[in-house]
Design a protein around this ligand. Sequence first.
Ligand code: GTP
Ligand code: MG
Length: 714
Amino acid sequence: MPRKGLSNFDDYDDGFDDDYDYDVDVEDDEHEADEPEEELVIAKRGLWRCAICTYDNDESMHVCDICGVIRHPVPGGNKTISNSAVEGRCKEPMVSKLAKSLFESNSLKKGVLYQPEHKNLVLAQGALPRISRGNIHDLHKAFSSKNSSVSSIAPFKFDAPSPDDLVSNGLKSSRTGPKDSMKNKEKQDSAEHNQTSSQGRHDNVGVGGIQSFKSLPKAKADKSKETSSSSKNMEVSESLTSTMNNMSLTGETETSRDVKIRSAKSKSNHKPEEWMMLDKESDALSQLNLAIVGHVDSGKSTLSGRLLHLLGRISQKQMHKFEKEAKSQGKGSFAYAWALDESAEERERGITMTVAVAYFNSKRHHVVLLDSPGHKDFVPNMIAGATQADAAILVIDASIGAFEAGFDNLKGQTREHARVLRGFGVEQVIVAVNKMDIVGYSKERFELIKQHVGSFLHSCRFKESSLTWIPLSAMENQNLVSAPSESRLSSWYQGPCLLDAVDSVKSPDRDISKPLLMPICDVVRSSSGQVSACGKLEAGAVRSGSKVMVMPSGDQGTVKSLERDSQGCSIARAGDNVAIALQGIDANQVMAGGVLCHPDYPVSVATRLELMVLVLEGATPILLGSQLEFHVHHAKEAATVVKLVAMLDPKTGEATKKSPRCLTAKQSAMLEVSLQYPVCVETFSESRALGRVFLRSSGRTVAMGKVTRIIQDS
Ligand code: GTP
Ligand code: MG
């Protein structure tokens, strides 16, 4: 069947346009590495041309200055290049760290500076741009600097826990393997974690039912008897690995042990029982999983906290407590954000690190609010939130300088978050242009932001009719749950307030009649040994007494009880975000990144996959042997590109070139990856939720796509 490259991404929830362009704002001066030549070409005298990226290097260079590829043939015959010559460059197969950074700086096209067009924008003196926590670039520097005392975050390495690992328990990698040093570290961490086992937010439910499916060790006093996978992640990680390693399939060869394809029973044979189907009369409200995303400091948590307070999910007393505590720590402006940012570290640093889950009801929906981190170091956590989203609020900071920083293609997260949303099939987005108070509720500023963000979102194939633009101020409570009282805003804005916009979001169709599938985002264990798997049901339904299978272990058990928004419930259906208490299952086999499924329809488990991907703007080239971080639902695994199958024509989706040597930004291609450890996965055609993937490298999302084939090694 002919594949339609980007238009095939259309299937991908109407994914990407034929003329999809990830970055319309910058000139396209990317290297078109479409014709890598077999032999070196001497470009000019004294220069040699790299066969991979076509950069003209100085004759004295032994490796390409741009992509780090070794010069071949070496000048002067068989002369071997000394190790020292390539030291630090070619440790990664085919591409060096230096090359990566060079490529990044190469594509560094200065962001969009809109101010000149708006010289006339009149702002009150007191309302000049400010970011409460100081300059945003300083903030970034503070977090990215190795020597920073603020953060101990180190760059991601595959042989050590990444910063994300340290904070994203839901995403905790299953990787362990023969890395003693890491194991030792895990044991050490595990011991520490046990001491702070009250960190999970499921045990701290109380403020608007706020929970988190990934949380950091928190220095809170132990007030709970439960631990989440957050505190157990190291143990879980070990057990996931051992589970995967011990996974035995009768009569399997060494290689086939790596893959466990779903049993032959076809899903089409599945007949839903009567109780599974939705009884519209018993519950008129539909379920809506709403992710709050956007660049760091744009006000996501403040907006979420304010909304929950206005809707009565946070009591006056509780709010007063937050205000007092925040003030006493010199962080008065974060009082509302504190409702969501629960950990001591989040509060101290003034940033969200894990996704906080809160609930409220609007006129039409039971809303599950997923307040995501905006900081670039926590994009994997944001991805974990976005994987559950039916719709999203993209928060933009309207203040001058902050919008531009957030929208910058390299330094900002606005575009990356929007791409991730689209990649996960989210179509409906409310763009909340926040902090309008800082720009004097200027209509011009709002329109300018709308114009630029709008054209980017259109390029990501969000339909205009699915976008709602709301100017608001979370801090001054303007346009959140009622029409603005501020005349500077109401004089030109008569559209819906944020809550009305949430109400007009359509809740998507759910696969209730399909067999149960629930990617596990967190695991809660009580002191009595009760284990609960938390997550969003992607398909099917469960109730107390239902038989379930937990993958990848294949253990079977029974549903003991269900909880939604910390309240017991009798049935959970596709779309519901629940905690499922399990019995008859070894608690060690239930882990974040795993999947709960119908015993007759186990999800596939694999290490080798064929993917159709689109390389994102600004990404470093993907080569054979490139090592990447592979993300699928709540699982993250180290991946190696083992085959570049074909480059695809972005217009027709047809293969234009077999076995390309390199994939660069904006190219789409079929490739094969080999994962370090198996993950639960499905092809995209089988399950969208389990077949969407993201590839990341050096803290950036470099490609996104879908699983087209699960490869069973012979
Ligand atoms: P991360 O989760 O770390 O990405 O940040 P965030 O987007 O959740 O931002 P947060 O809610 O923590 O707010 C950041 C800062 O912006 C805080 O100091 C808030 O007080 C401030 N802020 C948020 N909303 C508004 C607003 O509408 N107006 C003004 N003036 N400040 C705001
Ligand atoms: Mg936040």
